[in-house]
Ligand binder design. Structure first.
Ligand SMILES: [Zn+2]
Length: 245
């Protein structure tokens, strides 16, 4: 009982609970060579510190200026039963733009040059071919084709690539890199629609996306916005350093 309480109190906060940095190297082998202490070494002989040394002043500051340690701070509970996330649990929502831009492109033109068409239940969608992202989305579509009852949640997709910042912020959206897909808005819930402020306590959780859909994406390396306290249940993004079963 006591052990359970301690683990519960620690979830996603304790240093020991954070995701191992080696998962970055495993997830992105085309770009990353290895870790050397606090430094991530790229195959193009450049390097990036895991910790930038910034002293965060607020939860929002962590999302505005995340380093790689911040990206890895909260483990993502892939392929576990769906439940309302705890306060401020947003695993995958911190995205260092320099890190993702270096792989997927740091301008609209650079990203677009790496997009390919993915057939999403008859709807052509643009997705990045980098890191196998487009192939992963194709695999999700293939897997879910066998379950026609789920189709209404999946189509029409509300979009994939769009170079933009997250609404109301200066943060680059994962849609900018062509690695995110929004499903049918009709069955979706987005925290901002509730009228709450970011990090306000009590943001309601109202998911209608079935677990079978979420797990199919997670098996292929996507994280789901419905596992965030700031819930975005139409949103999936390719983040193999955090997801996968
Ligand atoms: Zn989205």
């Amino acid at each position: 009982m006591r052990r359970g309480l301690i683990l519960g109190a620690c979830l996603g906060v304790c240093a020991s609970a954070q995701v191992s940095p080696t998962r970055l190297v495993t997830a992105y082998p085309a770009f990353l060579a290895r870790l050397d202490g606090n430094t991530l070494l790229w195959k193009d002989d450049t390097s990036m510190p895991l910790t930038a040394g910034r002293v965060f002043t607020s939860p929002a500051d962590r999302l505005d200026h995340p380093d790689l340690r911040e990206l890895l701070r909260q483990p993502y509970p892939a392929c576990t039963p769906l439940h309302a996330p705890a306060y401020a649990q947003d695993p995958g929502r911190a995205r260092p733009a320099v890190f993702f831009g270096k792989m997927y492109g740091s301008s609209p033109a650079a990203v677009k040059a790496k997009l390919v068409v993915v057939n999403w239940f008859g709807q052509p969608l643009m997705f990045s071919r980098v890191n196998g992202a487009a192939d992963a989305l194709r695999a999700v579509e293939h897997e879910l084709t066998a379950q026609p009852a789920l189709r209404k949640y999946l189509t029409p997709s509300a979009g994939t690539y769009l170079w933009r910042v997250v609404a109301g912020s200066t943060r680059q959206s994962a849609h900018s890199w062509g690695i995110a897909i929004d499903l049918n808005t009709r069955y979706s819930a987005y925290w901002e629609w509730s009228g709450y402020r970011e990090f306000q306590h009590g943001i309601p959780y109202a998911n209608r996306v079935p677990q079978a859909v979420v797990w199919a994406f997670e098996r292929h390396g996507f994280v789901w916005g419905g596992r965030w306290y700031h819930s975005d249940t139409m949103h999936f993004e390719y983040r193999p350093e955090l997801s996968g079963c």
